[in-house]
Design a protein around this ligand. Structure first.
Ligand code: UT7
Length: 340
């Protein structure tokens, strides 16, 4: 019997801009304070991509380059690059194309995927399906968002939350059962009124009026989104465990989207996980939308062991949400790549 092909994560890369926007600095910009931000969100500082004409490809490209270097491959070996973002360099062409061009991924096709804070999960599931089909051998999924480009720094209810970053993974075929094992993904467009950007799309193209009315910034009704996020992320993570006949004890790590420390705590609690099994770096980066999950994998990579069962979980604008179960494929600590 031939083994089923699964899509194993075989390398992780990331890029975080140098500039740190601290809660202290935000106190000088809007009516807020370090204590409120820390206790209500968990954020202490976030990174900001500074400079003229710097789009998300400036972060996505180095993240993918790092990943190639770690895996010891040339970018020309990449078959497909999925760029998950809600802040593309421009409406078109796709940022995936620009990243491929910048890194020399001359044999790849690619496209952008828009699912807000769940973008990376949707990208991983899509990329895994390409690998499982047997058609492609190296699929890169990069989550890259420059939230500072769409944040209104006079609105204290949103500007304290977000930051800029990129994270990327490489998916490759595996015949020993490592990699993406299951995914539950959902969308509900009735959530649109609570979290969106009003103008700049085809429904409401940019005009002097839209700019004057600040309609090119994130609009969020925080408490409404919070309510849906707590329930959505916790329930779907629990459902994923149940459907795979697992309990919290079987899970080595929860890798949650980093939107609010309180949403993360609720998800871990529902899954029956102790907090020492939960990756949390919201205090250093804030909510980087598509980049939060790969950024966690990047920071925790050396602690991950071959065979660890990990759950990725997210909730975001749209609404979009989901959870993905992964069997980790390699031990970085001993420099041993066991995935292929
Ligand atoms: O990743 C995409 C999905 N997004 C999310 O998951 C975000 C979900 N929402 C949240 O995380 C939370 O709703 C927020 C962190 C955005 C807000 O926290 P909250 O506990 O829901 O606060 P709130 O909006 O109910 O505001 C409570 C109070 C208000 O004052 P009053 O009306 O009680 O006097 C706000 O005006 O806190 C005030 N407030 C602030 N105070 C100081 C709101 N923002 C700030 C601020 N600094 N930055």
């Amino acid at each position: 019997m031939s083994n089923k092909i699964t899509a194993a994560i075989t390398a992780v890369g990331a890029y975080v801009p140098e500039y740190r926007l601290t809660n202290k600095e935000l106190e000088t910009m809007v009516d807020t304070n370090d204590e409120w931000i820390k206790t209500r969100t968990g954020v202490e500082e976030r990174r900001i991509l500074k400079g003229e004409n710097m789009g998300v490809s400036e972060m996505g490209a180095p993240a993918v380059k790092e990943l190639c270097k770690k895996r010891g491959i040339d970018p020309s070996e990449i078959d497909c690059l999925i760029c998950c973002t809600v802040t593309p360099d421009m409406s078109f062409p796709a940022t995936a194309n620009i990243i491929c061009y910048k890194i020399g991924a001359v044999n790849a096709f690619g496209f952008d995927l828009s699912a807000a804070c769940s973008g990376f999960l949707f990208g991983v599931t899509t990329g895994a399906a390409f690998i499982e089909s047997g058609r492609y051998n190296k699929v890169v999924v990069v989550g890259t968002d420059k939230m500072s480009a769409i944040v209104d720094y006079t609105d204290r209810t949103t500007c304290v939350l977000f930051g800029d970053a990129a994270g990327a993974i490489l998916l490759e075929p595996n015949e020993e059962g490592y990699g993406v094992l299951d995914s539950l993904l959902k969308v509900d467009g009735s959530g649109e009124p609570f979290l969106h950007m009003k103008a700049g799309g085809s429904a409401r193209p940019a005009s002097f009026e839209t700019v004057a009315a600040k309609e090119h910034y994130i609009y969020q009704e925080g408490p409404q989104v919070f309510k849906f996020a707590v329930k959505g992320m916790a329930d779907i993570s629990y459902e994923l465990l149940e459907r795979n006949k697992l309990t919290g004890d079987d899970i080595a790590w929860l890798v949650p989207h980093q939107a609010n420390k309180r949403i993360i705590d609720a998800t871990a609690n529902r899954m029956g996980l102790s907090m020492d099994k939960v990756m949390i770096n919201i205090q250093r980066y804030g909510n980087t939308t598509s980049a939060t999950i790969p950024l966690c994998l990047w920071e925790w990579e050396s602690k991950l062991k071959k065979g660890d069962l990990i759950v990725l979980s997210a909730f975001g604008g749209g609404f979009t949400w989901g959870a993905t179960l992964i069997k980790w494929a390699y031990n970085t600590a001993i420099g041993e790549l066991l995935a292929t």
